[in-house]
Design a protein around this ligand. Structure first.
Ligand SMILES: [Fe+2]
Ligand SMILES: [Fe+2]
Length: 168
């Protein structure tokens, strides 16, 4: 059984993960309308991953005797200045989420809730991966600057990303 406090904190994270999915789907649409189908694909896969994260926490809350409560999802931004600008926002968003996950771990430690701490370690590892994959895309955009053929090459590469549901 999780504490009421933990239940509330995990529910807030469910909302953050759904919002993250919305955020990336909005970016996907932006890229689709900018004729960057590969970037749109990358963001769409990212959005699917975030949905998976939301459901993973939702299931955990219910499994531990709590109740997942779905709140309204905030409207995400929909305009950006450039592809690099989009990925910079992805990076700051992921850093924010990493901080939120760390906060949840701190709460689990404070409450001596070892099961939730253990559950959250999956997200701790996931955030390391998220930040590193975004950093590598960002580096590529910085490298090409305003070069159109570079942009074309990155778009082709990002088109290859496929959603693989992580093992439970
Ligand atoms: Fe996430
Ligand atoms: Fe994420």
């Amino acid at each position: 059984m999780i504490s009421k406090n933990m239940e509330k904190a995990l529910n807030e994270q469910v909302n953050w993960e759904f919002y993250s999915s919305y955020f990336y789907l909005s970016m996907s649409s932006y890229f689709a309308s900018s004729s960057l189908a590969g970037c749109a694909n990358w963001m769409r896969v990212q959005a699917q991953e975030e949905l998976f994260h939301a459901i993973k926490i939702y299931d955990y809350i219910n499994e531990r005797g709590g109740r997942a409560i779905l709140e309204a999802i905030a409207k995400p931004p929909f305009e950006w200045k450039s592809p690099l600008h989009v990925f910079e926002e992805v990076m700051s968003h992921e850093q924010k989420v990493t901080g939120l996950i760390n906060g949840l771990v701190n709460l689990a430690v404070d409450e001596r809730d070892h099961a939730t701490n253990n559950f959250l370690q999956w997200f701790v590892a996931e955030q390391v991966e998220e930040e590193s994959s975004v950093a590598s895309v960002m580096e590529k955009f910085k490298l090409i600057g305003k070069d159109k053929s570079g942009l074309f090459a990155i778009d082709l590469e990002l088109a290859k990303r496929v959603f693989v549901p992580p093992a439970k």
